[in-house]
Design a protein around this ligand. Structure first.
Ligand code: HEM
Length: 419
């Protein structure tokens, strides 16, 4: 039996990426008044995203940049990879992930995307709901259910989607904290050297484990990807390893934020939480509304390939184009009273999973995870309410949004009723 490689920590083990949110993504309580003002002035603005929201920019600072807040313009950009390239991500995400599909444009992007997309089709991820998501959720909730109080971020949302992906990849449980640290650090845009180091440490580990799973196949996602062949050849190492690095981050970080926003919104609107308690068929609408209202990924990046005109503004080739998905999701022409969280509003496709060729590969899994998490919260935490003795949850951030804490009370030991 081949020996499993051991994942290595940062050279400076004291480095803590859990603190990176503030500088990398912002601490804004409410960026939406700014987005509404920008939209009122026009759909396209000659400014970079980080400058617009007042964040330092060590990566793209000084480049010709445009922010897009218009619904029509954003829709056009995301489905037009000929004029708007994803290569922009090569300078931030790409430095940690490597040549992941996020950095590629069609036609290079198309065949790899097809392979990865197949793995995350709804029919497969629904099964994972039973085999992986429910057990992970169950284990985490069992730890705090008897106490009658919890911080749902620290004890639940910040853990479960990461644990789900680690289970899918069959990573050794003893090293979960270190995997988590490396996964998160890959998006440390303020300490890019740490993001690169995280990518290197994960990369050397995944190369070894891919070899090991080819020799001794298991029933996990790494084995499946390691054995996938195209025209008699295994996937190119760079594409495979980069995808695994991206999964470690993308699968956990976004769903943690999305679930935290969903729970915050429902706890702040107890009548809507009660409506879902009475009718679980409302859960899908609640998830889509949370994603629209305060989606985890507030901004998407592209590079203009050609000189072009966008919403009446000239955009020269080579410019950075920042699509403010968060602003577009609150366009009052599409969603009346857009700042209101309302699970009963008419369903219209939001921008939180993007559009076009790069639309989120993991969207079906994210929905399954959020659905299972919300069912478990309703099943197990009877009388769930905000803790009156603790500060209420406050969503923070501009590029990515999440509350630091969700302090709640519930009836201790409420046993789960049969579903
Ligand atoms: C609520 C949860 C999630 C949100 C809001 C989200 C959001 C997004 C967005 C906006 C993009 C497109 C970025 C762009 O076009 O610039 C994307 C791409 C991607 N997501 Fe997600 N995501 C979520 C969950 C997941 C999960 C669970 C996985 C893992 C299976 C995942 C894997 C990916 C991958 C691999 C891509 C790259 C696709 C490509 O470039 O073709 N995501 N995601």
């Amino acid at each position: 039996m081949a020996t499993l490689p051991k994942i290595r920590d940062f050279d400076d083990p004291a480095y803590n990426p859990m603190e990176l949110d503030a500088l990398s993504f912002g601490r804004h309580e409410d960026p939406y008044p700014l987005y509404h003002r920008m939209r009122a002035e026009g759909p396209v603005h000659p400014i970079s995203f980080r400058e617009a929201v007042g964040l330092p920019d060590k990566v793209f600072g000084g480049r010709r940049s445009f922010c897009v807040v218009g619904f029509e313009e954003a829709s056009k950009i995301l489905v037009d990879p000929v004029n708007f390239s994803n290569k922009a991500y090569g300078e931030n995400l790409g430095r940690a992930f490597g040549q992941s599909i996020t950095i590629m444009d069609p036609p290079d992007h198309t065949p790899w995307r097809r392979i990865f997309q197949k793995i995350f089709l709804p029919q497969y991820v629904t099964q994972w709901g039973d085999t992986i998501v429910d057990p992970v959720v169950d284990q985490l909730m069992s730890a705090f259910q008897p106490t009658g109080r919890a911080d749902l971020v620290a004890q639940f949302t910040h853990l479960y989607p990461f644990h789900v992906i680690y289970e899918q990849l069959a990573l050794p449980k003893d090293d979960i904290d270190l995997f988590h640290k490396l996964a998160i650090a890959q998006t440390d845009y303020v300490n890019m050297d740490k993001a690169v180091e995280a990518g290197e440490k994960l990369g050397e580990y995944f190369k070894a484990i891919v070899d090991q799973r080819r020799a001794e196949p298991g029933d996990d996602l790494i084995t499946r990807l390691a054995l996938t062949e195209v025209e008699g050849q295994f996937l190119p190492e760079e594409v495979l390893i980069s995808f695994l690095r991206q999964l470690m981050n993308a699968a956990g970080d976004t769903t943690y934020r999305g679930t935290s926003v969903l729970l915050t919104a429902l706890l702040q609107n107890p009548e809507q939480l009660e409506a879902i308690r009475q009718d679980r068929a409302l859960i899908p609408a609640a998830i889509e509304e949370a994603l629209r209202w305060d989606g985890p990924v507030g901004m998407l990046m592209r590079t203009a390939v050609n000189d072009l005109e966008l919403g009446g503004t000239f955009v020269p080739a080579g410019s950075m184009v920042f699509v403010l998905a968060a602003a577009v999701n609150r366009d009052p022409a599409i969603w009346p009273e857009p700042d209101r969280f309302d699970i009963f509003r008419a369903k219209k496709p939001h921008f939180s999973f993007a559009r076009g060729p790069h639309m989120c590969v993991g969207q079906h899994l994210a929905r399954v995870e959020m659905t299972r998490a919300l069912h478990a919260v309703l099943d197990r935490l009877a009388g769930l309410r905000l803790d009156p003795d603790m500060p209420p949850p406050q969503l923070r951030g501009a590029m990515m949004r999440v509350p630091d804490h969700i302090h709640v009370r519930f009836e201790p030991n409420g046993s789960p009723p049969p579903r």
